[in-house]
Design a protein. Structure first.
Length: 271
């Protein structure tokens, strides 16, 4: 079986004036990704609207089945690949509540999974978003068990390890990582992939938005500790293969998951 290829889209820079701008960029990226043989395209955190919206995020938020989702589904179906995109999600039951969310759409336009960021970063996010409560959200695609996290979530070892223990093989992690925290894509993400023995696709924003300057450096980190693809600091589309055989061999050699002694770690769950 040919290992599935994934694409990570880093860009475009700046806050889009409307969702249609983001969707046009997504359509172009999906066309390029499909031409490169990718079966899945991952975008950055809050891709649909841009990150630095301030209070306007409440006006730009939409439900998981809103117009943005329907437009992404059409793009996925047109280009024949799955799309995972970040967006501000309005709670369908309580419109005053907004989540920082990631949605995964299949190549036939169906929703495979929706995840709400559980670890909010800084005053901006805590002021405008409600944290999610589901630590592990997964979906099966292309012979892989996919897991979903967002940005700051990955900087905590516990959520990544929880995914590994639940069988996640490829962790999708859109991000809006800012300068000067380049240590995260350069060191933390590859270490997370190594210590929890899975692939991590980390798709960042780039350029400046308001007070924020995004670091780029999107990457696909493999369970053997290597980085299989790396973007620069500007707009970019990178592709790499996710090889289940490499994952199986790496887990056989690096037995962190089976050598755990969880009875010694009970204090980690205390508040």
């Amino acid at each position: 079986m040919t290992p599935p290829r994934i694409a990570l889209y880093q860009g475009p820079a700046g806050v889009p004036s409307s969702a249609s701008d983001s969707l046009a960029a997504l359509d172009a990226a999906a066309r390029r990704a499909a031409a490169a043989g990718a079966r899945l395209l991952l975008t950055s955190e809050l891709f649909l609207t841009g990150y630095a919206l301030g209070p306007a995020v409440a006006d730009r938020a939409e439900t998981a089945d809103g117009p943005g989702a329907r437009a992404v589904a059409r793009i996925a179906a047109e280009h024949g690949l799955a799309v995972a995109y970040g967006y501000p999600e309005r709670d369908a039951d309580d419109p005053a509540v907004v989540y920082n969310a990631l949605q995964l759409i299949s190549p036939d336009g169906a929703r495979l999974a929706n995840y709400r960021k559980t670890h909010l970063f800084g005053a901006y996010e805590t002021a405008h978003f409600r944290p999610g409560t589901d630590a592990v959200v997964q979906a099966d695609f292309a012979g892989l068990r996919l897991g979903l996290l967002i940005c700051y979530d990955v900087e905590f070892p516990e959520p990544v390890r929880a995914h590994a223990l639940a069988g996640t093989e490829l962790l999708l992690a859109p991000t809006a990582l800012m300068r000067p925290y380049e240590i995260v894509p350069q060191s933390v993400v590859p270490v997370r992939a190594w210590e929890s023995q899975l692939y991590i696709a980390y798709a960042n924003r780039c350029g400046d938005e308001g007070e924020f300057s995004f670091a780029g450096l999107s990457c696909l980190a493999a369970p053997d500790g290597t980085v299989r693809a790396r973007a620069g600091h500007g707009e970019d589309l990178i592709t790499a293969d996710v090889d289940p055989a490499l994952l199986k061999a790496s887990r056989a050699e690096n037995t962190y998951l089976s050598d755990r002694r969880p009875q010694l770690y009970t204090s980690l769950a205390r508040a």
